[in-house]
Write a protein that binds this ligand. Sequence first.
Ligand code: G6P
Length: 609
Amino acid sequence: MCGIAGYIGPRNGVEVVYDQLKRLEYRGYDSAGIAYPQNDRIEIVKRAGKLTELQKLLDEAPRDSRIAIAHSRWATHGGPTNENAHPHFDRLERIAVIHNGIIENYLDLREELLAKGHTFKSQTDTEVAAHVIGEEYTEGTPLEEAVRKGVQRLRGAYAMVVVSKLEPDKIVAARNASPLILGIGIDENMLASDIPALLPYTREVVILEEDTIATLTRQSVHITDLDGRELPLEPIHIDWDIAAAERGGYEHFMLKEIHEQPQVLRQALAGRIDEKNRVRLEQVFSEHVWTEIDRVNIIACGTAYHAGLMGKHLFEKLLRLPTDVYFSSEFRYGDPVLSPKSLAIFVSQSGETADTLAALRLCKSRRIRTLGVVNVIGSSIARECDRTIFTQAGPEISVASTKAYTAQVTVLTLLAMYIAQVQEMPGVRVSDAVAELVALSEKAEVCLKLEEQMIKLADKYKSMPLCFFLGRGADASVALEGALKLKEIAYIPTQESPAGEMKHGPLALVQPGVVAIFGSTDSETRDKVVSNMKEVQARGGTVIAIVTEDDAVTERAADEVIRIPHSKMDFLNALLTIIPMQLFAYHVARLKGCEIDQPRNLAKSVTVE
Ligand code: G6P
C-alpha cells in the first residue's frame, strides 16, 4: 500500500521524510510528494514516478523545514499522475493532507462539495477528504478538532495526516483501519505507515489504535478518541533489525501477506457495497451491457487462472451464464471461437503478464468487450482493458501469490452479485449473499488462528513424497491453488484433481507416506468426498480434511481434521480453505529450509512469452 511519513523536530524535516519514504520503497508506489509549512503557506512538491523524480525537484531547489509530511502513492482512485500524487490541499490551501486507504463515500461527498462551488485538481478520494476537513477548519477551531469532525463525515479506511499553515508547529493524524505508527523521540516526534521508516530515528513507537487522533508537536504527543477524550500514550520498544521490520516482523513476505488477507478482503469490497448491501460497480459498463452478454471467457495464468476457475462456478451456478476459463498462453494460440456478445475477463495481479496481455489484444482485435480484474493500477492490462475492476490488495511481494488470489476471487464474486442484481435474477437474494461476503473477513481472521495446528501438521508430514489436493466443485478449484503453493515453495510433488477423477488414474500413485488434503465444504457432495477419502486410506495414504465447523460427518473419516468457520454460501467456505492450505505450504517450506519469498526457477511477474 501507500507509504506515509511525517517529522517534527530540530532536523531538516524534508530530508527526514524523504529518507523515510525511501525506507518504504520496497512496498511499491507510483508517485510521491512532500508538504511542509513555510512563510505563512504550505509548500507542496510532488511528482509521478519513482522517488528519484521527486529528488530532482528537491535538488533544483533544496528545501529546509523543521516539519514535513510525505507520501508515496500506489494508485487506487485515479491514475499515477502528478495531479493525483499526494499531498492535497483543501479548498483554501490552508491545510495539506496525505492519506492511505479508501474513502468509500467520496463520490457522494465530492458531489456535495461541487454543489457548494468547490473545484478539484485531482481524481482522488484524498483531495475530497482534504476539502471536507478544510470545511470543518473554521475560525477558532483547532486543527485536531477540524480533523476529528472531518473524519466523522468519511466512510471507509484511512490513515490520514494533516499539516496547517495556520498552526505550523504540529502534525495531526487520524487512523481508522489503515495502519499508522508514531515514533517517539527526544525533542522530536514522527510518524509513518510502517515501522521500518522510523527505526533509524527511534525505536520507541506507538501503534495508533483504530478511531483515534494523534497530535504531534516537537515536545509532545497526544492521542484522543473521536469524542476528544485523551488516551494513554504507551510506547513499545522495537528491537527488530530493518529487514525484519520491512516484513512487519514476519519471517517472510509470504507469511505477512497471508496474514493480511482479512484486511485485503475488506479492502476489495471497500466503496463497492452500500448500506442496503447492494453492490455498487457503476463504473463497470452501463447496466444494459450486462443483460446483453451471452458468454464469459476468463483468461489468466497461474494463481489468477485458479481464481478464474472460482469465477466460473459462480457465473454458471448463480447467473446461469456459460463461462469458460482459459490459460492465456493456450487462448492466444488456440484460435478461440468468440461470440460477439461475449465478455472476456482478464485476471492478473501484476497486470503485465505477457501471455495475458497478448490474449487481451487478440480479443480487442476481434472487438470483444474486455474487463480487467487487476491489482496494479496503471499496468498494461489495466490500461488496455475497456474497463477494469481493481482488486485493491496492495503490493504483493512474495512470488507465491496469496492475498492477490483471495482478492481476485472476492472481486469476481462481487461482480457476479452485481450482474445478478442488474439482471434481477429470480431466486438470488443479492443482499443476503453480499452480507456473507462482508462477513468473510472475520472468518478469515479465525482461519489464521489455525496456524499452530498447521505448523504441527507441517512438521509431521514435511517429508511426504507426494501430496494430493482433492475436492469437488469449488473445492476442486481451490485444490489446484493449494497444490500450486506447496509445489512452488516447498518443492514437493503434488497431484491435484477433482476427487471423483481419482479412480481414473491418480489413485495408482497412492501408497503409504502419501498425504491427501481434501477440501470438503459442500454439504451436497460430502458423502461422495468421504468415499474418496476411504479410497485413499485403503491404499495406505493419510487423509487431511478441511471442513466447516458444522460438519460432523467427515471427521469420522479423516486422519486429521481442520475446521474453518461456516458461511451460508458454500462457495465462500471453499474460498476460506485456501488459508490453512497456504499456511501448510508455508510451514512445510520453512521447516525444509526452502527459500520462500523467491522460490527457485520462478518469477513474480512473467513478462516474457
Ligand atoms: C507468475 C507468478 C504467479 C502468478 C502468475 C500470473 O507465475 O509467480 O504468482 O499467479 O505469474 O501473474 P499475474 O500477475 O498475471 O497474476
